[in-house]
Design a binder for this molecule. Structure first.
Ligand code: GDP
Ligand code: GDP
Length: 460
């Protein structure tokens, strides 16, 4: 388990800048999925020695009718979901009414909250931040998010107290890039006893908004007689891990809906938890996103998808409740999918009925395919050959009169696949050409279901 950090504060204080810095290693990928930014954005963060989930919020302006207004709702929601709150203020503007309003809320709330004064570059920081002590939330941390200054220290102070509660937040010192590590982290601690999961098992998280049919689908999968299920205990805070086997392939279902926890049919369904869902995504190899055909594609569906891609996880999409719809409605849903999900055409899409079982079996073909794409080994010579033919079909642009030179490519990791391209002036390569390369590699390698990351290295 890893902790959740919420960034709150007024608009324009630098929350998104900080968010982008925390999720930096995943920038290239995010840039390729436009239209996913929503009022509340979730990111998978790695910075210094820590990993955590970060929530960015649009911001509280102070013009709201009190802290309870709609505008402020998402910030309050983010605070609720977080383990730690970073209250970002603008060192150049001083304390505003909105800051005071938020500070009051945080003081009443028991969550650990830290005042972070941003934009301290190029000013007399110490005197600028003095007035933020009046917010009465303890020390004021100085940073310059745009320049990456003060951030390591900030995380050291604010996150290290959490290490005992969230041991997995600490990034292993040795970057484990071996090919065997794909599923070997599949242990979970329950009642101090460690349960070992089959390292060959594909971890599949079934996620989606409330009522899309996750429980029905999970039961359907588990109820099919070819499946052998082993029961595992769990706590109410976490998803349940259910080892199962299908066609000789072991899987672990990560059940966010709490199906197996309910002993009796009429026990209440657990409250939907965003954080539980995000943690399940982080821990999965493949994420099955369930969408409700009767509700269409919602912003929440897109946020889940965005988070999954940002975390580098493979995706299979299931449009559920496909039973009993007339042709007109089906066509309408299909065109909505084309319009809103067109950017993720590399993910397999299934139309299913969890209730009747239609199409459920085929999901596993796509899950396995996505997993294989994400973990496949590709050689340097193959990647370099693909790079060469991509250049041949469409040469890299000129930058300041010199052509960007791309020399060779090699694999930088799996799950998600990382392709490292070496060359000259690579930092000047426009996004459009990066996207071209991404699509070219995807097509040539026939990688379905998995996001791909491309990193560029300047050759000396
Ligand atoms: P948000 O609305 O809180 O998410 O704020 P943004 O991250 O969009 O930043 C608002 C503006 O502040 C942008 O123009 C940033 O470039 C600028 N900004 C962010 N961080 C810094 C910083 O550390 N120093 C300076 N000088 N400007 C910054
Ligand atoms: P969850 O909150 O995502 O776990 O959703 P549930 O599995 O509890 O399902 C919510 C409701 O949708 C229930 O009334 C289900 O019977 C219904 N439902 C689930 N799958 C289907 C389906 O494929 N077709 C139809 N028509 N209803 C379904």
């Amino acid at each position: 388990m890893i902790p959740v950090v919420a960034l709150v504060g007024r608009p324009n204080v630098g929350k998104s800048t900080l968010f982008n810095r925390f999720t930096r290693t995943r920038d290239a990928l995010v840039a390729n999925f436009p239209g996913l930014t929503r009022d509340r954005q979730y990111g998978s963060a790695e910075y210094g020695e820590y990993q955590f989930i970060v929530i960015d919020t649009g911001g509280i302006t102070g013009d709201e009718q009190g802290i309870d207004s709609k505008m402020a709702e998402q910030s309050l929601q983010a605070i609720e979901e977080a383990d730690v709150v970073m209250f970002i203020v603008d060192a150049r503007e001083g304390v505003t009414a909105a800051d005071q309003m938020l500070a009051e809320h945080l003081r009443r709330n028991s969550k650990p909250a830290y005042v972070v004064a941003n934009k301290t570059d190029g000013i007399d920081a110490d005197s600028a931040i003095a007035e933020f002590y009046s917010l009465a939330l303890g020390p004021v941390y100085k940073i310059a998010a745009a320049h990456g200054r003060g951030i390591n220290g900030l995380l050291q102070e604010t996150l290290s107290p959490l290490v005992e509660e969230f041991p997995e937040m600490r990034i292993a010192q040795e970057e484990d890039e071996s090919d065997e590590n794909v599923a070997t982290d599949s242990t979970l601690e329950e009642n101090d006893e460690e349960i070992q999961l089959d390292p060959k098992a594909i971890k599949l998280a079934i996620v989606g908004r409330p009522n899309v049919g996750k429980s029905t689908l999970t039961n359907r999968i588990l109820g099919e007689d070819r499946v052998i299920v082993y029961d595992m205990p769990g706590t109410t805070r976490d998803s349940i891990y259910i080892p199962m086997q299908r066609d000789d392939q072991p899987y672990v279902l990560i059940d966010t809906a709490g199906v197996r926890r309910r002993r009796k049919i009429n026990e209440t369904v657990e409250k939907f938890s965003v954080i539980k869902t995000l943690k399940a995504i982080e821990d999965a190899n493949v994420v099955l996103i369930v969408i409700d055909a009767r509700e269409g594609i919602s912003d929440q569906d897109l946020s889940l998808l965005g988070f999954t891609l940002n975390a580098g996880r493979s995706v299979v999409l299931a449009v559920n409740k496909w039973d009993g719809l007339d042709t007109y409605v089906k066509d309408r849903i299909k065109s909505e999918i084309d319009r809103r999900l067109g950017f993720i055409d590399f993910a397999r899409l299934h139309f299913i009925s969890a209730l009747h079982g239609t199409g459920v079996g085929h999901l596993f073909e796509s899950v396995t395919e996505a997993y294989e794409s994400a973990t496949r080994k590709v050689t340097t010579s193959l990647l370099t050959r693909i790079l060469d033919s991509a250049k041949y079909e469409h040469q890299p642009p000129l930058v300041r009169g010199r052509r960007v030179k791309l020399k060779y490519a090699h694999a930088g990791g799996h799950n998600p696949p990382i392709i490292v391209i070496h060359g000259n002036q690579v930092n000047d390569l426009p996004d459009s050409y990066k996207r071209y390369l991404m699509n070219y590699f995807r097509k040539s390698l026939d990688m379905m279901g998995t996001p791909i990351r491309i990193e560029f290295k300047e050759s000396s």
